[in-house]
Design a protein around this ligand. Structure first.
Ligand code: PMP
Length: 395
């Protein structure tokens, strides 16, 4: 046997420490059979942990779009978009995006993660300042770090704190405010009106991450900015096709000069292979479906409200959730893991979210409601959640 190196010893010690504080992660294999059910460890579970908010990932119309594209174009794109990978379907999807969002220009990107990292690191430079909500998605933080711009984190949804930071910043510096619209772990929503007011007052640009709001908010599912009619005040909108759209990939819409700049400078666009044509075909079809099927959004909101109200009535702490993402704050890591484990034993897939994804002592079970849940399934799940909550003295 070869001797352990110092490096190996240190890494193993780090993993052991994570295990000790119930923060070690494992990848659990889960197979969606038909939204909202999954199979895990051979057990059929009601899925309350998926971002497939409209149940489109198994939709026959999207499957057919993918089959046809594979049949016609094969399975890979072969090169980056700036080489030979820019399949004509990109033009179709981007034209659709522009129409749907009523935007000037659009780009399809490979994932939400690469979108945030790539957009921010391309646009911001060492001397610039980025104002970022404390609970923004990790990909936003990574983009800021990579850009080398100065990071100013403001307290979660606290526009007074944001203003205090903006006030202190030198007038001549380029400033970007960036926020999730729907926050992925708390399910609450940014004060977009307040942020827009500050962006105008302090001459900053505004970027929003609509990952959890795309397909869910707005009359045609265009996002939360459209829901509050502030889309024209937002300089950069990004979102993903991996959640409500049921497929994969991401988008950015903005003024033409921004999109042109990204095509020239965004490393996560230039140096990566283009999406497979079948994925583009599903995106094109998904935008159409999402735009048309408003009733799915209405059902989703009704379900989420019912689910959240019932939890609150029974004394659970659901943070300030207002959306289809509903957490139950538990606090301790080990208790949160036990909660999720007990739910699985009862037939429910729900995720224990622990630090560093959420702040220390804010571990939670995160529920995500979808339009494919039936009210009776949610009521059945609520009964189990209440039972486990009592058992573990969470309520
Ligand atoms: N932004 C937010 C707010 C997210 O929650 C996520 C995904 N968890 C992403 C970006 C990344 O998107 P994707 O999964 O498409 O990479």
């Amino acid at each position: 046997m070869t001797k352990q190196t110092q490096w190996e010893t240190e890494v193993i010690a780090e993993l052991e420490l994570l295990e000790k504080v119930s923060q070690k992660r494992a990848i659990v294999t889960t197979k969606e059979i038909n939204s909202p059910f999954v199979i895990r460890d051979g057990q059929k579970l009601l899925n309350l942990a998926s971002n497939n908010y409209l149940g489109l990932s198994n939709d026959i119309r999207l499957k057919n779009a993918a089959f046809m594209a594979i049949d016609k174009y094969g399975v890979g794109s072969g090169a980056s978009r700036l080489m030979t990978g820019n399949h004509p379907l990109y033009d179709k999807v981007e034209s659709r995006l522009i129409q749907w969002k009523r935007a000037e220009a659009a780009l399809v990107l490979n994932s939400g993660y690469t979108a945030n990292v790539g957009i921010i690191s391309a646009l911001m430079k060492r001397d610039d300042i980025v104002f970022s909500d404390k609970l923004n998605h990790a990909s936003i933080i990574d983009g800021i770090v990579l850009s080398r711009a100065k990071l100013q984190r403001y307290r979660h949804r606290d526009i007074y704190h944001l203003e205090a930071l903006l006030m202190k910043a030198p007038k001549d510096k380029r400033k970007l405010i960036v926020t999730d619209t729907v926050f992925s772990m708390d399910g609450d929503i940014a004060d977009l009106e307040g942020i827009v007011r500050l962006k105008e007052k302090y001459n900053a640009m505004l970027m929003v991450d609509e990952a959890h709001a795309s397909g869910v908010y707005g009359k045609g599912g265009q996002g939360y900015s459209y829901h509050v009619n502030l889309q024209d005040k937002v300089d950069i909108q990004m979102g993903t096709f991996s959640k409500a759209f049921g497929t994969y990939g991401a988008y950015v819409v903005a003024k033409k000069w921004i999109i042109d700049y990204l095509i020239n400078c965004m490393r996560g666009l230039i140096y990566t292979t283009a999406l497979p044509p079948s994925v583009l075909a599903t995106i094109e079809r998904a935008i159409e479906i999402v735009e048309e099927e408003n009733e799915k959004r209405i059902i989703l909101q009704q379900h989420a409200q019912h689910f959240r109200n019932m939890l609150i009535n029974y004394g659970f702490d659901t943070c300030k959730s207002e959306s289809q993402i509903v957490p139950i704050i538990i606090g301790e890591n080990s208790k949160t893991l036990s909660f999720a484990k007990r739910l699985q034993e009862e037939g429910i897939a729900a995720i224990a979210v622990r630090p560093p994804t959420v702040p220390d002592n804010k571990a939670r079970v995160r529920f995500a409601i979808t339009a494919t849940h039936q009210k009776k399934q949610l009521d059945w799940a609520l009964e189990k959640i209440i039972q486990v909550g009592k058992e573990l003295e969470v309520i």
